[in-house]
Design a protein around this ligand. Structure first.
Ligand code: ADP
Ligand code: MG
Length: 304
């Protein structure tokens, strides 16, 4: 099957500045792909080049196997974009905005689809409100509804949860999972690494227009993730059992151990502590964090 999106050697030049410096990637049907990177890395530019809001300098972009240099219109009917910036006409109502959007994508008015999205995004009560009267969070919900109204097979979400409240973030995460379950491919950019960790099947890290890493999330977490084990003892422990690597605190009542690829496992450490009869009182485990991995990738400490 053709990849949903294929980008080869993509370059975008703004005057002397290269916003994209030879990016290549493939997005497969049905996956959730998180594109991560600091501000100014080139995420929005990459999405814009795929969606037609940014004109590429060179390189190749295909959507659903169709090269955009040959046909830039047809494949884009199957794409939805939730832009980073709010961009709708303030004088239409919520429902009108969605109807206009359906027409824009060459579809017949489909009130049932609009009602379904209004309900899914908790906008039903605001259907007849003018969009300028909406709160920031409601505007963001409408942006998402607009991007989905024509049932796209590929959806780009560009920082969809920037500045939104926890409740909307949760709703949105659930909605993204639902889209995936329906077979929609989702490309997400986000500042919240927790969000990518929660949702993504694969992650890409981009910095200064270059893709530094692209990997399946679980494999990445396995390969580069650091888990932290902290064991509290009921009384002082004079020495660790042989073979246990970890740091004993100054008060000799706490062990800290960092589990990473190639080290012994936390389970092995705990087993050894119990086998030695040490007075284990409390155990805490911190899972690996995508955020730590990304910071190390950006610093150049780890790579593909
Ligand atoms: N229209 C533009 N004109 C000039 N420079 C731009 C324009 N849009 C983006 N840039 C620059 O391109 C780089 C990448 O921007 P962007 O893709 O928005 O990054 P991100 O979305 O990762 O924060 C930044 O340095 C930004 O300042
Ligand atoms: Mg951006």
């Amino acid at each position: 099957m053709d990849p949903v999106l294929e980008v080869v050697g993509l370059v975008k030049q703004y005057g002397p500045m290269r916003a994209l410096d030879g990016v290549s990637l493939r997005i497969e049907a049905g996956e959730i792909f998180a594109l991560l990177g600091p501000n100014g890395a080139g995420k929005t530019t990459l999405i814009g080049a795929a969606c037609g809001t940014v004109r590429k300098t060179s390189g190749k972009i295909s959507l659903f196997g169709i090269d955009l240099d040959h046909d830039s219109i047809t494949p884009r009917y199957r794409v939805g974009l939730v832009p980073q910036e709010v961009n709708f006409d303030p004088f239409f109502t919520v429902r009108e905005s969605l109807l206009i959007q359906q027409g824009y994508f060459g579809q017949k008015p489909d009130a049932a689809r609009i009602d379904e999205l209004l309900a899914a995004l908790s906008l039903t009560a605001k259907a007849d409100a003018q969009t300028r009267a909406l709160s920031g969070g409601m505007k963001r919900r409408l942006l998402i509804a607009k991007a989905l109204v024509h049932r796209p097979k590929l959806v780009f979400l560009d920082e969809p949860t920037a500045g939104v409240d926890v409740e909307l973030r949760r709703d949105l995460w659930n909605y993204v999972r639902k889209l995936k379950a329906e077979g929609t491919t989702v490309v997400l950019t986000t500042h919240y690494l927790e969000e990518a960790q929660e949702l993504a099947d694969r992650v890409g890290v981009i910095d200064r227009g270059r893709l530094l890493l692209l990997e399946e999330k679980h494999a990445l977490m396995q390969r580069l993730g650091h888990k932290q084990l902290v064991v509290r003892f009921a009384s002082k422990v004079s020495a660790l059992p042989p073979g246990v690597v970890g740091t004993l605190s100054e008060d000799q009542q706490q062990l800290e151990f960092t589990e990473r690829a190639g080290t012994q496992s936390s389970a092995q450490v705990l087993t050894a502590l119990f086998a030695a009869g040490l007075p284990v009182a409390d155990v805490a485990m911190q899972p690996a964090k995508l955020e730590d991995i990304m910071l190390r990738v950006l610093k150049g400490e780890v790579g593909p």
